[in-house]
Design a protein around this ligand. Structure first.
Ligand code: SAM
Length: 198
């Protein structure tokens, strides 16, 4: 990670929430993500690390559902907006940091959530091993990723292989429904849940 990387994201912070799946301003899109997260996460109360939290939209969605959420992002302007968005609503806290080695307590999280960040990290296998150490013995990784029409991203098979490489069982869920994105999509979008092997 370089400070230039975080500056690039800082510059995008002001318009980041304009995308339907980022700002969740449309009630139908918001409802789709809320239902998805409720189906993939253990029931609240539970402790969640939202890594690469951006403007904190998913963090706040979870906090309103009764989860305790620690958001980490290396772009100070993203963290400033996430903090402002959460306001005095209880249950969420945001810090500036590199998600490759977050300053969070090992073994403390029921969920490590990450949407649209893993694909861009230089050493995703190493990072997933680090994130797995953050989990409680019954904790789970919830990764939302894609292999986008731009050519960027990770395929479902690549993410499943990475999760399995970290010593977890992986379960993939396709996210084809336009309700998640505010429009029909034709590329590959999905969530992968990783749990410790039984
Ligand atoms: C595509 S946005 C996703 C934001 C959020 N997860 C969401 O889905 O709304 C990627 C975010 O990851 C952050 N990010 C990228 N690399 C990072 C790193 N190494 N450490 C911390 N944050 C990072 C960026 O600053 C940006 O806020």
């Amino acid at each position: 990670m370089t400070s230039r990387d975080s500056q690039v994201w800082d510059a995008q912070a002001a318009t980041f929430d304009d995308e339907p799946d980022h700002g969740l301003h449309d009630p139908l899109v918001r409802e789709a993500w809320q239902s998805l997260l409720r189906s993939l996460l253990p029931p609240a109360p539970a402790r969640v690390a939202d890594l690469g939290c951006g403007t904190g939209t998913l963090s706040l969605l979870l906090a309103t559902d009764g989860y305790a959420v620690d958001g980490v992002d290396f772009a100070p302007e993203m963290v400033r907006r996430a903090t402002a968005k959460a306001g005095t609503f209880p249950g969420s806290a945001f810090v500036v940091g590199d998600v490759a080695d977050p300053a969070l307590t090992d073994g403390a999280y029921d969920v490590v959530l990450c949407r649209h960040v893993l694909w861009a990290l230089p050493s995703p296998a190493q990072v997933l091993e680090r994130w797995t150490r953050l989990l409680t013995p019954t904790g789970r990784l919830v990764l939302v990723e894609g292999s986008w029409s731009t050519g960027a991203g990770l395929t479902t098979a690549e993410t499943v292989a990475l999760v399995e490489g970290a010593g977890l069982d992986a379960e993939a869920h396709r996210l084809d429904d336009p309700a998640y994105w505010g429009r029909p999509i034709s590329d590959e979008r999905y969530a992968v849940v990783g749990r410790r092997l039984a």
